[in-house]
Design a protein around this ligand. Structure first.
Ligand SMILES: NC(=O)c1ccc[n+]([C@@H]2O[C@H](COP(=O)([O-])OP(=O)(O)OC[C@H]3O[C@@H](n4cnc5c(N)ncnc54)[C@H](O)[C@@H]3O)[C@@H](O)[C@H]2O)c1
Length: 350
């Protein structure tokens, strides 16, 4: 096998078209897209045509293709776990799965087990966990992790379509979802979905500072898509806010405060490939900035895939961290959903 890996992409929707194909096009010495699969054949054919790849409507067919060394799973959430497992059983060189890796703790643990058994490395496309600005701050923050008391994660974005249309001409976009109905069950499903769809990006960062969640104290679904959740553990409190609407200005931040130091990270929005985050560490004696470099998290995650596929780095702790991140997110999402259901039930009684 040469060190240019053939990539097969499962699911050719907006994220494949606007994020992964442009990223891979900038890495021709490492990757070549050889196959594109989508259940919607015209989409598969057209997207494959853009990159000179073959197309199919069968994930098994793509996974069985010897020209596919690395599988990228970019289908809707509910298919991720089974498609990642199938790629592992086929003995691929590596698998990149879009977030979230799975929708339940049991599925995440099973995927990890299959990855270990087959020796096929799996990474999750939570691009900000690979972001150079975040990693620069992490390598230099001293005792921040042990001393933080308050964390604020805020993701306030326009609809994805704004960025998708700037990046490429999107083929077939799914119809907009219905507004969330104002009943307890619908709103609890919506908050779980938003935590696993959006908060899941920042939760690996939050977990660094608040690893053991003792309680979810507040949870609500924020219209038209989003969440407001407060978690607590080990004397630390974290507020998680996420909302997508018609905002003109995106804002994606993470803050962590300790007695003598604070961290502020400004991440680029999804789809935007104009460089890394800027992370600022401030104490009473100095302000240090990290990131603000050309490389972004998407390139960094694909570089990691290449290193794993080439056997330059072993998967090691990455896999367990990935699974632990997902378990953390699922537990918060489940507790938030339970709380929303309970709160609404109480509202009705009052
Ligand atoms: N990392 C990021 O910045 C980022 C941003 C947005 C979304 N995402 C993630 O990327 C994934 C894809 O997002 P999207 O917006 O392109 O989703 P989407 O649902 O709009 O499109 C996914 C594509 O998968 C196809 N599909 C449906 N069922 C399939 C199946 N069983 N097998 C293969 N393909 C199937 C659909 O026809 C569609 O073309 C999601 O998991 C989402 O969470 C990541």
């Amino acid at each position: 096998m040469s060190d240019v890996f053939g990539v097969g992409v499962i699911g050719a929707g907006p994220v494949t078209q606007a994020i992964h194909l442009p990223t891979l096009a900038r890495m021709p010495d490492r990757f070549r897209v050889t196959a594109i699969m989508d259940v919607d054949e015209p989409v598969a054919e057209s997207v494959a045509g853009r990159v000179g790849a073959r197309h199919s409507t069968s994930a098994d067919d793509l996974i069985g293709d010897p020209g596919v060394d690395v599988v990228a799973v970019c289908s809707p959430h509910r298919f991720h776990a089974e498609q990642v497992e199938a790629a592992c059983y086929a003995g691929k060189a590596a698998v990149l799965c879009e977030k979230p890796l799975a929708l339940t703790v049991a599925d995440a643990e099973r995927v990890a087990q299959v990855s270990r058994e087959t020796g096929v490395p799996v990474i999750v496309g939570a691009m900000h966990t690979f972001d150079p600005g975040w990693l620069g701050a992490k390598a230099n923050w001293g005792d921040l992790q042990e001393t933080v008391r308050v964390v604020n994660s805020s993701i306030v974005l326009p609809w994805n379509a704004r960025y998708e249309d700037w990046a490429t001409q999107i083929l077939r976009r799914p119809p907009p979802g219905e507004p969330v109905a104002d009943d307890a069950l619908s709103r609890s499903v919506a908050v779980r979905d938003a935590v696993l769809g959006l908060a899941v990006h920042n939760l690996p960062h939050v977990r660094h500072f608040l690893p053991d969640v003792e309680s979810v104290d507040w949870a609500e679904s924020v219209d038209p898509y989003g969440y407001l959740v407060t978690i607590r553990g080990g004397g630390i409190i974290a507020r998680l806010l996420g909302n997508m609407h018609g905002y003109w200005k995106p804002s994606w931040t993470l803050d962590a405060w300790a007695a003598d130091q604070s961290l502020h990270v400004e991440f680029p929005p999804s789809y935007v490939q104009a460089g890394s985050s800027v992370a600022t560490l401030t104490s009473d004696t100095q302000t240090r900035r990290f990131g603000g470099v050309e490389a972004n998290g998407y390139e960094a995650e694909w570089l990691r895939v290449w290193e794993l596929a080439a056997g330059i780095v072993p998967q090691g702790e990455d896999l367990q961290a990935t699974v632990d991140d997902l378990i953390y997110a699922v537990r918060i999402a489940d507790a938030a959903a339970d709380l929303v259901r309970g709160e609404h039930a109480r509202d009705r009684v009052r």
